[in-house]
Design a protein around this ligand. Structure first.
Ligand code: ACM
Ligand code: ZN
Length: 497
């Protein structure tokens, strides 16, 4: 995790450094120096001063890998070397962790040299803001947490059967109507982000070296959108934003050309907001009930010489892939996009197990591992928690997971971009419950994506967890009150998944 840096190379010197006053010296990274000094002020609890104290020297070394850094803490100086701002940023996060992990209250840290880089380029966290909505302030707080543990991909699940959460100027009913659902008890639940707010989050994430990947679900999980624009469904009939959990039969019609115009328009607006090279199109859990009965979909199958509805789904995804490629974007989809034939450039997110990831890389595509068994953080973290009827997933369970499937050969292994934990929020109603679901499992997630399996050290990992929890508690993360509620059995319903 970098909860304690476990570097490729450490030379621990028998000394400590006292962080009293410090100054920053760098002839590089000028456009980022303000940000770097802001982070240092936050980490060390004081602003840099002129001409005195410890020297923090930041150097650009173009021979280093993009995310690599070297951090040397020796008497009277701290040296940071990296080829990019991201590398410098990770050195600062390790410095922060050294401060967090130190034994004494005084501002001292152990001297040593760390040369470090991540095992995987995709170190992700997915948040579903559709089933339950979270404010941009809360999202930014979780980005801070991701950054501290050197996660770098925020996968923002923005559209669902139960709510559409991103403003699309050309289709205002997506938020005025599809952003709100009438719950079974008659209350109205919802919310959405304006484009201005989305840009604010993306800019905030960029400073933390986090790439934000939007997910716009298609062809399934589309009931909210279709409740606003039923003309893009197979039946054209009116429907509500869904107020149940599970998988709705209401999906985009694959037979109407107008559906693709609608989706291309949406994608065009979304691409303007997210500079990321990746774009997630969902692709999971698309029931074929409507397509089987729709004359337009039957006609499409015939005209395109497709065998069945699985091939129609694959054809659907390829249309979207073509559009995304024309905009310089790489398509990511959940592992169902393998069914009926995988689009040539698609990146597969393996969630139902590791099989989708294995099949994707055997096909020559890239994959990201997010298996349900190991990395679904909607499972409850502690045995006393019986809120949903799913297996418990403890932080120790997460720690044991290795994102590289054993059956892959050396070349295929290179196609595994990394791993990601997914937080689905059907049963997560509040911010404190969310943080309880994330902390401390985020530590284990960080460890498995940064450190190779052979470099992991469970005992040293475990030994600093309490210190990190203390730091996070003091930084305003509330991962404990919900657990107390569980232990006291207050307001915790046993919900069917
Ligand atoms: C998923 O959990 N339906 C990707
Ligand atoms: Zn149709």
């Amino acid at each position: 995790m970098r909860i304690i840096p476990q570097p490729k190379e450490v030379h621990t010197l028998p000394d400590i450094i006292r962080l009293q006053e410090y100054r920053v010296d760098s002839t590089h990274f000028h456009d980022r120096l303000d940000t770097i000094e802001k982070h240092l002020t936050d980490i060390l609890g004081k602003k840099p001063v002129k001409d005195s104290g410890i020297l923090i020297h930041i150097l650009k070394n173009d021979f280093m890998k993009t995310e690599e850094y070297k951090l040397s803490v020796i008497e009277n100086s701290i040296g940071i070397a990296a080829s990019t701002y991201t590398g410098v940023f990770y050195a600062l996060q390790s410095l922060r962790q050294m401060v967090v992990s130190k034994d004494k209250e005084e501002t001292i840290i152990q001297c040593g040299i760390i040369n470090d880089f991540p095992a995987f380029e995709w170190r992700g966290l997915h948040i579903d803001v559709c089933r339950h909505f979270f404010s941009i302030e809360f999202i930014k707080k979780q980005l801070d947490l991701m950054a501290l543990y050197k996660l770098n991909k925020f996968h923002w699940h923005l559209t669902e059967d139960q709510g559409w959460r991103i403003e699309i100027k050309k289709y205002p009913k997506l938020t005025s109507h599809a952003g709100w659902r009438k719950e079974k008890d008659g209350t109205v639940y919802g919310g959405f982000y304006t484009q201005k707010e989305i840009k604010e989050v993306v800019a905030y994430a960029e400073k933390l070296s986090i790439d934000v990947i939007p997910e716009i679900e298609l062809p399934g999980h589309a009931q909210a959108a279709l409740s606003a624009y039923p003309e893009y469904s197979c039946t054209g009939m009116e429907m509500e934003v869904w107020n149940d959990w599970g998988v709705s039969d209401e999906v985009y019609c694959a037979g109407k050309d107008s559906t693709f115009e609608f989706l291309r328009d949406i994608i065009d607006e979304v691409c303007e907001l997210f500079p990321s090279k990746y774009f997630h199109i969902g692709g999971d859990e698309c029931p074929k009930t409507r397509w089987k009965e729709c004359p337009d979909c039957r006609k499409r199958i015939q005209e395109e010489d497709l065998k069945n509805e699985e091939e129609l789904q694959s054809w659907f995804i390829r249309q979207i892939e073509k559009h995304l490629l024309s905009k310089g974007k790489a398509l990511i989809g959940w592992d169902e996009i393998l069914e009926g034939g995988l689009a040539d450039t698609a990146v597969v997110m393996s969630w139902r197990g590791i099989g989708g990831g294995v099949a994707a890389v055997q096909h020559g595509n890239q994959a990201i591992m997010t298996p349900w068994a190991n990395l679904y953080f909607d499972k409850r973290p502690f045995p006393e928690d019986k809120k949903v009827n799913l297996p418990i997933l403890s932080w120790e369970d997460v720690y044991k997971y290795n994102p590289i499937p054993e059956e892959l050969n050396t070349e295929q292994r290179k196609l595994i971009l990394g791993a990601q934990a997914n937080i689905w929020t059907e049963h997560i109603y509040t911010e404190n419950e969310f943080e309880y679901m994330l902390i401390p499992r985020i530590f284990s997630l960080s460890e498995i994506v940064w450190t190779t399996d052979e470099n992991k050290d469970f005992e040293s990992f475990k030994s600093v967890i309490e210190k990190h929890l203390k730091y996070l508690r003091e930084s305003g993360y509330d991962f404990e009150s919900y657990r107390q509620q569980v232990i006291d059995k207050i307001e915790v319903k046993n919900e069917e998944y």
